[in-house]
Design a protein around this ligand. Sequence first.
Ligand SMILES: Nc1nc2c(ncn2[C@@H]2O[C@H](COP(=O)(O)O[C@H]3[C@@H](O)[C@H](n4cnc5c(=O)[nH]c(N)nc54)O[C@@H]3COP(=O)(O)O)[C@@H](O)[C@H]2O)c(=O)[nH]1
Length: 718
Amino acid sequence: MHRALEDPDDKPGRVADAPLAPVGVPLTAISEQLAARPVTESSHLVGAWAHDLTADRVIWSETFRAMLDIPRTEMPSLEGFVARVHPADRDSVLDHLRRVLDGEDGAGFCFRIERSGGCAHFEARMVIDRDREGRPTRAHGTIQDITERRVAEEELHRKSTYLNAILDHLPQAISVFDAQLRLQCWNGRFAEVIGVPPQMLTYNARFEDIYRVPAERGEFGPGDPDELVEQRRRLAASFEPLLFERTRTDGRTLLIAREPLYIDGRVGGLVTTYTDISERKRIEAEVRHLAHHDALTGLANRCLLDARLQQAIADARRGRQQLAVLFLDLDRFKNINDSLGHHVGDALLVQVADRLRAEMRETDTVARLGGDEFVIALQGIGGASDVARMTETLLERLSASYIVDGTELHATPSIGISLFPADGLDANTLLRNADAAMYHAKALGRANYQFFTDALNQSTTARLELENRLRRAIGSDEFELWYQPLLDASGTTLNGFEALLRWRSDSETLHLPSTFIPIAEDTGMIVELGRWVLREACIQAKRWSEFGPGRPRISVNLSARQLRDVRFADSVADILAETGLEPSMLELEITESSVMDRPDEAVALLHRLKQLGVGIAIDDFGTGYSSLSYLKMFPLDRLKIDGSFVCDIDNDPNDSAIVSAAVSLAHNLGLPVVAEGVETAAQALHLARLGCDELQGFHFSRPMPALEADAMLRMQSW
Ligand SMILES: Nc1nc2c(ncn2[C@@H]2O[C@H](COP(=O)(O)O[C@H]3[C@@H](O)[C@H](n4cnc5c(=O)[nH]c(N)nc54)O[C@@H]3COP(=O)(O)O)[C@@H](O)[C@H]2O)c(=O)[nH]1
């Protein structure tokens, strides 16, 4: 810290102030005068002394004696005085006396004496009288107790030492200018922060001289440095509080806080702190970036896409231009993720994002919505043919092979396109329609693009309507369970029923699950609906269990979404407890894909269900992974061979071979096999010969309402 206040110099032998007593006053006069004063320990008392050098006679005043604690009985002498001086100061005192006698101008000196309460400090003045030849004839002088002053100075010194240390340790730079804008106080960082040589910063240095240096370096922007400095000087001279940020030419950002300094109630200067907030700015920018960008690919996220789309729509509306929204989804990306692992999937997404970025113009927005879904907003397009050309290029680039971890991968996109204003006037509609067009592209065989059309519009609208009706239906008793029998291989014994959901939206229309289950899954309604199915099926099975011996088990289909519901196992337990159904009478049918989505979580859930005592069957076996490893991993009770292998089993030897292999695989694992979709007696016979344990299909019975199932059960003896 640099300051105006000089450090107090407590070395004996030097006095900074003017003489306390006039020089040359006759010693006798002083001593008589002083001897008359009371002896007290007061800083303004003065003790006097004289030394007749010719006669070697010393005189001390009463106060002198009192100050130095010398008894009246002691004869005054130079030695007597020196003996009382603090040993550490003796040499310098004697040296001073000697030098003054030798003719040096003797001003004053300081010394200490030891007292019981600590050291007392004295300031001494001394004058030498000389004869005509210049020989010293008499020395005389005064001493004054300056202990109080010294203590105050030491305290001040200690305080300023701490203050300096604190200021130099502060992370901020600090400067204090007085009311005339002259530098009074500053710390080490100040020179560095404003970029001036430290030696330029001196006490009373002028504001304008200091700030000219950064102004000339261009820190205050372009313009005449003198004018720029003058502007700043005028602003500072207003002594108004100020808080502002300044980015330096080296890229660092300073937060500058300026406050008037009040001394005795009046503005006495200006205190300015400079905080380097570059790191904070960097983190803020990073947080802002993260809030608006996808962490994996660095592309815009949903939030930024919405903002950009709204802006682009407003621009397009003003400029009467068109705008295209491309919704892009990678075909079979899930397979890559599942088979090669998420790290490969992620690396692929990053490469896709890079290719998209490379293809797009500055004005376009490329966003990742999550998973393998990307959206591109193209501004200022000429028309649909323009967009088609760009999309074809995109399709070609994205379909070229990728190398991930040294492995060549192939991933094609399906792209849906909507145009502003034709296909929507707001961001949500454009996105929804582009999404619908993308699904259409997928349905048409993937690796292609489709524009949104009126027909699509109609089917999207129809789907939305259905979605709303379904939502209403859940609360209004419009669902029914139908039951399809499961028979033994001979087709004579009823082993169980599969519960199949139906939706009776009015007395006329009975909706099959394929028309509404996918919507219920997409919207999450399946969780509530599935709970209703499970409860209804358990109530029914409990009733049947009371019909008598030969109780049929009940099979209930589960969707992937239900398996992801963390409370699913609890709700199964609750329903069993509520309905009183014996757990072993309930079998849950899950598809391969629904568990392979998150195998670890699925294994845990299936084990919990197993602990409840319910059975678990793999449905549609043969259409998905059909892998031995997962069959071993999951706690299964039955395997249901998909109907697609059954329908042509009598004509296609491959189907027969597949069923045969599946049966031996299941039997080796101790699992019974059900063949579903059995429509003819020949198929039933064929499947029984291949070793299937149970059969299900229209050949035996179509799904039927509960009352019919009741009747069938009562005739169990058929
Ligand atoms: N999550 C839930 N999914 C459910 C529920 N109820 C049904 N579903 C799923 O819907 C799919 C279609 O069911 P549905 O239209 O009822 O068709 C079933 C049978 O009618 C049909 N089947 C049976 N035998 C034959 C046959 O000989 N030929 C033929 N063409 N079709 C036949 O198969 C369907 C039963 O299949 P599966 O479940 O694989 O045993 C259906 O796949 C269910 O997954 C529900 O409550 N929740």
